[in-house]
Write a protein that binds this ligand. Sequence first.
Ligand SMILES: [Zn+2]
Length: 434
Amino acid sequence: MKKQLTVLFALALFSFSNFTSCQQAPVIDEAEVTRIISTLAADDMEGRRTFTPGIDKAAKFIAGEFQKTGLEYLDGLNSYQQKFNMYSLTPESASVTINGKTIAEEDILASVSAQSFELKDVTNAQVFTIPAGTDFQATFNEARRAEGKRVVLVDPSHKNLFTRYKGFFTRANRVMELDAANGMVMAITKATSLKSVDIKVTNTMEENALGNVAAKITGNRTNEIVVFSGHYDHLGIRGVEGDTIYNGANDDASGTTAVLTLAKYFKDMGTKPERTIIFVAFTAEEMGGFGSRYFSQQLNPDEIVAMFNIEMIGKPAVSGPNTAWITGFDKSDFGTLLQKAVEGTEYEFYADPYPTQNLFYRSDNATLARLGVPAHTISTTPIDVDPDYHKSSDEVSTLDMAHMTNTIKAISSAAERIISGTDTPTRVDPAGLN
Ligand SMILES: [Zn+2]
């Protein structure tokens, strides 16, 4: 009897433990988090600068992790790599004649989106003027944001500032699309209106490949998508002395690690999620957010119900460990939903404590937010006092792995009600953005 009882008891125990292991959520494990971030931020990734072998190596590692986890490719792709090309345009020559007068080379600043650019008809031009005593930068920004063929007539009194801007624009200009009908040409001139014009600008052009790394778990609702993102590029190798490798452990190997860890977490749930989930590591964030821009053009932004962009979660926030802040808190109710979702736990979400730093606009979330997506960045970095931000000292050894693991756990539970379709954040109004 006794023996049989024991067997029965053991059987009961076995089936009970079997039952609980099916029901239990997968574990987000500190050792695994440490393994991933240490690989991404290792010296052999050479700082993961876009267009370098270091970032290619990082892309392969990320794709390998997605593969191990058993995730799907994005629609239309046959690998986890979402590749695209960019053009690098370096000014070669520019000739400008305004109202019959030839402008000296040093008085020309040209920023055009093609290998060659011409303008001979004043009716095709949008004209801006920067007279003496007016705000150079304001008109410059206005002209820069405008589209089409733009001519900016700059009064000679602005020559010093003009020369500084020109120095910056003689470096290579990277564009995603070539467009010979788009360009801005500035000239130092006494002219205040354009009666005749003859402009020819030539660039040397180089084409380079780059890419995001992305994966998917298809849910019951294929046209309702939740995105988790972080950028895997950083600043590369700089300088010649001392530690020249900018490892970008916090910025943003930490966010990329979160994306990989969350991908495994949601896949290991073993059940098909209600909403479709996309996990993406963006390229070229540090160069101007080109990876997220390309990504946003490959799907319908109206189908993205929320975007969790994760940036720098390796150091506890000024409000202490087990807290994170969310940028653009007032731009949708995404942040409020996350706050409610973790109510009663030891973790708390706050609004971004650095509103003057415009952090909402300084990461990949902004590209999607401009398309109406409730796209916000979650971060814990004490950015105002962090001695390692954008320094070669941004190493794994400066990070707090327990805090980072807890943050990823908090994001996973905060996201559950959105993934299950229970909560849907309100859309961002692009008209209300800067
Ligand atoms: Zn970053």
